[in-house]
Write a protein that binds this ligand. Sequence first.
Ligand code: NDP
Length: 247
Amino acid sequence: MFNYQAAPQALAEKVILVTGAGDGIGKAAALCYARHGATVILLGKTTAKLTAVYDEIVAAGWPEPAIVPLDLKGATARHYQDMAATIKAEFGKLDGVLHNAGMLGVLSPFEHLDLPTWQDILQVNVTAAMLMSQALVPVLKLAPQASIVFTSSGVGRQGRAYWGGYAVSKFATEGLMQVMAAEYEGTSLRVNAINPGATRTKMRSKAYPGEDQLSLPTAEQIMPLYLYLMSDDSKAVNGQSLDAQQK
Ligand code: NDP
């Protein structure tokens, strides 16, 4: 795993938005950030899952989170602008965004790629993160140090047969991260990406149904890099695509 040990309250006073916070890696990140003192804004598609994470955070006595139920498939620039205005009014700033929500679509041969699925994947995995970032940058600039973290994948660096729109969406994510990192270089905003590596979640078991899930690290185990990129210890890091399971 990426080697990083955070101070217990490393994220105290920080406000961090996590997309896809109701399940898998996003849920683990939201809980981990809250445990380290952050106020987390839980964004996701299924309200009941977000409420369960909210309840867990409150029961643990960590800072009270906020919930934003939103389906990234249908969300428009207007939704993100309204969300940014609410965050500014409620918290006065935003210190971090973890773009974690993602969809796999259907793995299939190139000749069978289906346009509606392709468009949904690019919408959820790339366009939503671009529009959301655009709306949130002014609020991120109000924080002393701010961090945007995108979620990539091994297939965002090297294409693989049958991974179609998902692989292309992750290449695009790497590109968007690099473009933004270059534009905000030298400012208080840094932009990086994480490749989680094979992790025990529902998405992974959908992609590899025959695999022994217990052989994979859990989402909780890959958190050191997620913490590092949100803490001020990484304030000089910009434009990097890092591996959560780097040895
Ligand atoms: P999961 O499928 O377990 O979780 C995905 C999360 O994204 C869920 O909370 C889901 O919400 C949310 N989400 C999906 N579609 C939408 C949408 N339209 N609007 C809002 N939220 C949505 O996946 P993982 O935790 O495994 O994946 C997290 C990220 O890590 C993804 O970007 C994935 O591509 C990436 N990744 C994962 C790897 C792995 O091995 N697990 C490897 C490489 C990359 P809901 O539950 O409500 O549907």
